[in-house]
Design a protein around this ligand. Structure first.
Ligand SMILES: Cc1cc2nc3c(=O)[nH]c(=O)nc-3n(C[C@H](O)[C@H](O)[C@H](O)COP(=O)(O)O)c2cc1C
Length: 360
């Protein structure tokens, strides 16, 4: 089932080329003001329209709230969707027997049989992330009342690294990331990233990259020990996002090369508050928030659907063959994954905030 959460329970529905995609949410505390226009603004960050470098599939992604908001306030059981408008099935029907390398087609065919609707990727499509963005936008509104703030950006595309200073205020980060097509806060690097994507497209190829998310204002102690650690919850949701192949927190994998004396973040008092003088922990110790910024990154693989001929198999005839994938695909999905990876953090933290009694 496509469900997640203990106290903030989300259930995503729909498919790429079905009538709609969306989300049902149980556990939103009743009577909270919910800003629907703000949810739409987050959905707009996920849309490819207007992005020169992106897919030619045009979706308006107009939010329709089916239930759960009365007079601008939550009433408990929420459901919202967006319609799939720009659906063209033909390119996918031709691929039925010949799975695309790097996409979900092959294991999905074996698991669900030849009649499963994998058009446009079916339930494996990036469009399913619409529901995550809606649930994340509501979660963020709830968490804002605790003083939590989010910023997400593209840290790398292909071989281009953004090099974003650790102490940039989140409002700055958000504004800078919103100012270009690749969601990179460093303008010269954004231009180099755009060129990296354009070059891949010219070659009939694709590129991947790294998304970084920073969250401030998390109450100290939020999170649950062991299985529901902040890392566990975020990693579970991040790995649910199609094309995510790696997740790290704080110093992450690079921390494995440090000595304890360097990796440990020393504590200090600052204005009557305990802080750490570095943040290799990424704001988490023992699965609980330290009060320092939460920092996580996700590695997004290069889009699997590329225009070049690729080797595959014909599942009906039992022979090796070649395919050229048609349809409309992004040569790089990283910029669109930015808001999705920010949203899953908001979902995870909302669930943990409700579980821990931080959000009454
Ligand atoms: C926002 C978003 C958009 C995506 N768009 C495409 C796309 O246009 N073409 C494609 O081949 N994959 C796309 N993907 C990735 C595939 O859905 C994914 O690679 C596939 O389902 C296989 O899953 P896996 O990569 O997690 O193993 C997208 C993913 C996201 C998050």
């Amino acid at each position: 089932m496509m469900r997640w959460g203990e106290r903030y329970r989300i259930s995503i529905f729909g498919s790429s080329h079905g009538p709609e995609v969306g989300v049902e949410i149980e556990g939103i505390p009743a009577g909270r003001p919910i800003d629907v226009a703000q949810i739409q603004r987050e959905l707009d960050r996920r849309r490819p329209v207007g992005r020169r470098l992106a897919t030619k599939r045009h979706e308006e992604d107009q939010l329709i709230v089916d239930r759960g908001i009365v007079d601008g306030r939550s009433d408990g059981a929420f459901r919202a969707h967006v319609a799939n408008q720009d659906v063209r099935r033909e390119p996918y029907d031709r691929l039925r027997a010949t799975p695309r390398p790097g996409h979900a087609d092959y294991p999905a065919r074996v698991r669900y049989g030849p009649d499963a609707d994998l058009s446009g990727g079916g339930i494996f499509s990036g469009r399913m992330t619409v529901g995550l963005v809606i649930a994340g936008a509501i979660g963020r509104q709830l968490l804002q009342t605790l003083g939590m703030e989010f910023a997400a950006f593209t840290r790398a595309i292909g071989s281009v690294e953004a090099g974003v200073p650790e102490d940039l205020p989140l409002a700055d980060l958000r504004a800078r990331a919103a100012s270009n097509e690749v969601a990179c806060p460093i303008p010269e690097k954004a231009a180099a990233m755009e060129e990296e994507i354009a070059a891949a497209r010219r070659d009939g190829d694709s590129v991947g990259g790294v998304v970084e998310v920073r969250v401030t204002g998390i109450p100290v102690g939020l999170g649950e020990p062991f299985f529901d650690s902040i890392e566990s919850a975020i990693a579970h949701l991040a790995f649910s996002v199609p094309a995510v192949k790696g997740v790290e927190f704080g110093a992450g994998f690079s921390g494995a090369r440090l000595r304890g004396s360097v990796h440990n973040d020393p504590f200090a008092w600052n204005d009557g508050r305990v802080v750490t003088l570095s943040n290799h922990a990424g704001g988490i110790l023992g699965g609980l928030a330290t009060g320092m910024p939460l920092v996580y990154r996700a590695a997004v693989k290069p889009t699997s659907s590329i225009a070049r001929p690729q080797r595959t198999v014909d599942l009906e005839r039992g022979v090796d063959t070649e395919i050229v994938v048609t349809g409309r695909h992004d040569p790089c999905i990283v910029p669109r994954a930015v808001v999705v990876l920010e949203s899953i953090g908001a979902i995870a933290l909302t669930d943990l905030a409700l579980t821990g009694g931080f959000l009454p």
